[in-house]
Write a protein that binds this ligand. Structure first.
Ligand code: ADP
Ligand code: ZN
Length: 734
């Protein structure tokens, strides 16, 4: 591994003025004087800011805009590896692309808690003694939370947070002897991985792996689009590139879209490389995250598997990035700093000078188009590995099926499920709706129950015995009387959700063992993983699931997938609706027939002749992409044009519409650059948590450098303190 990383690039002598980027929302660089003993570029430092001390990184020479007599000295240089030039450059370029203030970007890169505390200050807690049968509710929650972490050492703050109680409750349990308080363990390197033992690849896998391995050896930037149906061996192929990266002594990063997928993946890495890699996501303890952050910088971890935020880790020598399921919308961070991890992975790889692999069975139109244009190198894996065939797909025309009221499984689909049960195989019924019923309305007056804080309907969850807002999480009891007209006993659940479908299945197939997979039914990623494992082992006959079943899980006995409502995603005006539906349906169908049994996927639809439905049913996939591409090109939207959304949110709807109107009137900087502005209009979700939201959309031809124009434009309007303005470059919906 290169060793330059441990040497600061430029040494400033005591008293020299340096520019420091802090994590506080204050412009860009602040001037400070180098402390006694000097400092270097990239050093982590603590600097005085008003009465406080805050974290910062020495970014370079000071700008000298202030009277040197007034510039304060850096309080102390922290005992950590300096941030490398590569990461600093990534942070500033990512910030400038997404129009994020630099300090907010630095916060993303320093998000391991207690990063710079000495170990003696970091106490951790674990279960020590017997747990008494009777505990107060809060204490019981603490014990429960610790068990959820499976015996890991957890800090005071995160334990209290997870249990939703004060820190005193934790301390009380220590006094009782139920918990032990210990000093945090030392941050030790991760066990080495063994990259030896090449897999015997087959068919198109060979050429694809060769290309990836070659690029990894060369250590040059290149984006690959690795495309192949589920089960074609994409993971197998990119793990060869990971192996090569490890042999070169460089670090590799694999991004996964969903925490629930990591357990499977970690097991696979362990089987392949003989040890577990570093793991980074919100389900990992703070102590472990801190260790991983440190080991990234010291080279004490060779492979990191993580969620999108792993992109901001301070790798010492990153040699390969993989973005698995690259089309997945959860790569887009929709709160705080708005970024798409897939695009940022490409940016970081280009700065590191290393290959990046975007892997998917159903690539995003963006990546497909970039491959068409020759910017990305496309590698195709055609068939499924071994004997497994892609499932045969067909539409069930719901116009020709007879269904009783409040029933959603057609006679045709029911017969298919029946046949699976007789053969001892599994069937999966997919419905992309959580809860019991999407609408609760009054049969007397027709009013629907909505959220008090959002523009969203409340969804009934029988499991919780409450109505839940899927926007903000607010809940309320199912009303006996209509909140609008007051008539009693007329409230009705309308439409199907996963829980209601489960009810129908239980009635129709009373002997079958059911498993319901919906993200909200599981308290933790661990519980979900256990459920998935028992299903894979054959503990269920019928699986009923929402979107989470579409993602990468492997059920060998599953031979029939039934999609309850294939038309669901096709409604609405979003230009991405077709792409989304296409991807989701193909992914779900890909769950069937992964092992030695052929699978089938049946789609219940009211519009079997819809072009998207026809494309899903195994028509010409490339033709679908080309048709989509030409529609987007005609509309001048991504990936054939640039786009940004400006969201104004605030408590007063008139105020934010006024501000939006003012922005629209002062569009001169945009127009001059060749961009257009639309709106203001209510945002796709017009009210969240009591805050109203309006949106303006900016559209520009590809050649327009949009960011500087946007920055100049929004700077003209003063945004009051009670309003938030967020700029969303490349919005997900338009
Ligand atoms: P994908 O990532 O495209 O869904 P995987 O890499 O998970 O596909 O491969 C699907 C299954 O086939 C896995 O169980 C994997 O171990 C197996 N497999 C794929 N290629 C090979 C190979 N060349 N040799 C042995 N097993 C393979
Ligand atoms: Zn709400």
């Amino acid at each position: 591994m290169k060793d330059s990383a441990s040497v600061a690039e430029r040494v400033f002598d005591e008293g020299e003025v340096v520019g420091v980027l802090t994590t506080e929302p204050l412009g860009r660089l602040l001037d400070y004087k180098a402390p006694e003993g000097g400092c270097g570029t990239g050093d982590f430092v603590e600097v005085p800011l008003g009465p406080r001390r805050v974290l910062g990184v020495v970014w370079g020479k000071g700008e000298g805009r202030w009277d040197p007599a007034k510039v304060r000295p850096i309080a102390r240089v922290l005992d950590a590896r300096p941030m490398r030039a590569e990461l600093r450059s990534f942070l500033t370029r990512a910030a400038d692309y997404t129009l994020t203030p630099w300090p907010a970007m630095l916060r993303l890169a320093t998000r391991a808690p207690g990063l710079f505390d000495p170990p003696s200050m970091r106490k951790v807690y674990r279960l020590a003694g017997p747990v008494p049968n009777r505990l107060t509710e809060a204490r019981a929650r603490v014990v429960e939370a610790l068990r959820g972490w499976g015996g890991a050492a957890v800090t005071l703050r995160e334990l209290a947070e997870a249990a939703g109680c004060g820190t005193g409750v934790v301390k009380g349990l220590v006094k009782l002897g139920v918990l032990a308080e210990e000093e945090a363990p030392k941050d030790t390197p991760y066990p080495p991985l063994n990259p030896a033992g090449l897999r015997a690849l087959a068919g198109q896998q060979v050429a694809a792996a060769d290309a990836l391995v070659q690029a990894t050896t060369a250590g040059e930037y290149q984006t690959f689009l690795l495309k192949g149906v589920t089960g074609s061996g994409k993971t197998e192929v990119y793990l060869e590139a990971v192996a090569e990266c490890l042999r070169r002594g460089r670090q590799a990063l694999v991004l996964l879209p969903e925490i629930a997928l990591t357990a499977d993946f970690l097991a696979r890495v362990e089987a392949r490389f003989g040890a577990r890699p570093g793991e980074w996501h919100s389900g990992v303890t703070q102590t472990e995250r801190r260790r991983l952050w440190k080991m990234c910088g010291e080279g004490g971890v060779e492979l990191v598997v993580g969620a999108r935020s792993a992109l901001f880790l301070p790798f010492r020598d990153l040699g390969l990035i993989v973005v698995d399921e690259e089309h997945d919308t959860s790569y887009k961070q929709e709160e705080g700093v708005l970024y798409n991890a897939r695009d940022m992975a490409v940016l970081r790889a280009s700065i590191c000078g290393c290959p990046v692999v975007l892997s998917s069975a159903t690539p995003s139109l963006e990546s497909w188009a970039n491959a068409e244009a020759g910017k990305y190198l496309r590698l195709d894996l055609g068939a499924r590995f071994g004997v497994a065939e892609l499932p045969a797909m067909k539409a069930i025309d719901m116009r020709a099926e007879s269904l009783a009221a409040n029933r959603w499984i057609s006679p045709t689909l029911a017969r298919g499920v029946e046949a699976r049960l007789e053969r001892g195989e599994q069937a999966l019924l997919f419905i992309n709706r959580r809860g019991y019923a999407p609408v609760t309305l009054c049969r007397a007056c027709g009013a629907q129950v909505g959220c008090d804080h959002c523009d969203a309907r409340m969804v009934e969850h029988r499991f919780l015995k409450r109505l839940v807002c899927h926007q903000c999480g607010a809940t309320k009891p199912v009303p006996q009387a209509c909140p609008s007209c007051g008539v009693e006993g007329k409230m009705a659940a309308v439409g199907p959700g996963v829980e209601r479908l489960a009810e129908e299945v239980a009635e129709r197939f009373p002997k079958a063992r059911l498993a319901v997979l919906s993200s909200d039914l599981f308290g933790s990623a661990r519980a979900l993983k256990e459920q998935i494992e028992t299903i894979a082992a054959g503990a269920a006959d019928i699986i009923i699931g929402t979107q989470i079943v579409a993602k990468g899980h492997n059920f060998p006995l599953l031979t029939l997938v039934g999609v309850i409502d294939a038309d669901l995603g096709l409604q609405g005006s979003d230009l991405r609706a077709a792409e989304r539906t296409f991807q989701l349906m193909r992914q779900v169908a890909g769950r069937a027939g992964r092992a030695d049994r052929p699978g089938e996927a049946w789609l219940q639809t009211h519009q079997p002749e819809h072009p998207v439905i026809r494309a899903i049913l195994g028509g010409d996939e490339e033709a679908f992409w080309r048709a989509e591409a030409s529609e987007r090109r005609a509309a001048g939207v991504p990936p054939y044009g640039r786009m940004a959304g400006i969201i104004l949110s605030g408590p007063d709807v008139a105020q934010i519409f006024d501000l939006g109107g003012e922005l629209a009137r002062r569009a001169e900087p945009l127009l001059r650059a060749g961009a257009q502005v639309f709106g203001p209009a209510p945002a796709p979700i017009a009210r969240v948590r009591g805050r109203h939201r309006v949106r303006l959309l900016v559209k520009a031809p590809k050649a327009v450098p949009l960011q500087p124009a946007l920055a100049e434009w929004v700077a003209q309007v003063k945004i009051p303190a009670n309003v938030r303005l967020a700029i969303d470059i490349d919005p997900q919906s338009f």
